[in-house]
Design a protein around this ligand. Sequence first.
Ligand code: AHM
Ligand code: MG
Length: 336
Amino acid sequence: MQEKEIVALPVGITLDRFISSNQDSFPHATGELSQLLRDIALASKIVNREIVRAGLADIAGGADSTNVQGEAQQKLDVIADIRFTRALINGGQVAGLVSEEQEAIIDTGKWDAKYVVAMDPLDGSSNIDVNVPVGTIFSIYKRISAVGTKVTNEDFLQGGRKQVAAGYILYGASMILVYTTGKGVNGFTYEYTLGDFILSHKQIKTPSKGIYYSCNESNSNTFTSTLTNFIQYCKSRHLNARYAGSLVCDFHRNLLKGGIYLYPCTVKAPNGKLRLLYECYPMAFISEQAGAISTNGSTDILDADVTAIHSRSCLYAGSVSLMKELEGMITAGVPM
Ligand code: AHM
Ligand code: MG
């Protein structure tokens, strides 16, 4: 049966109303995905509460521990991981979870649930101590293992095209939740006095001509000549450089204003720094839905194979005109 068109929803309605109306546009929807999205929104409010008081409470700074990738954990990394995990377990719609902060799949024990979630609970956490925006990134799949059984690795390694929803929360000057279920991208700004997310950015479309490039140029001595030439091209076109070092923050700016985000493979991170499952795939899904493009230098990110839950990738994502220029240079020059 054909999906019904999403009802035209006005800016200003609550996330809850939006989710319910979207659900009505899927004829066989049972409400489980809707509830899962609400659980993520709830967890984000709790994490946001922690972030805004980080300068006052003793929750900024390092946690004296490292995560599975051997990276130093911040206290808020740990807190965000606990908050999201707890909200998703208690919500009951998720059979298993993958988190950047946990080595193995988290078995929620809710084996009757049909969804699994991969997430980076607090992305860009090196920015916490200096009050620069950070984010949460999530990606949702329908499990392929039988409902009623324990989840498996394969449930998470289905590939980017199998995502049923993906999104991020940006904890910035205001908190905004941006997500897609494959019917466009919408953004909801948190209204503190109401305690609700309100539709503020309806059907986001990335301008095809970008005005920003976002890249950690301190790695430029290890860039390929193709990438060096592309950065030179950006400068010759008077694009502005903008790089906070928080993927969610840098990606969000380019999504709305037009631009390109570049995290190449480097000597320090030969396979790329960003994680495919819970950083690149969700951003790629959002990009595509917003009319932008993403690649790892040779393949559309959504078509790139994932072999392990914490696999890494290079990421180039952004406005069509800039991405076409980059792809042209890749074809003509040395591989990235
Ligand atoms: P994290 O998930 O440990 O926070 O690392 C990912 C972050 C991204 O948010 C950001 O784009 C990138 O790492 C910045 O890396 P670098 O400091 O090498 O530029
Ligand atoms: Mg991250």
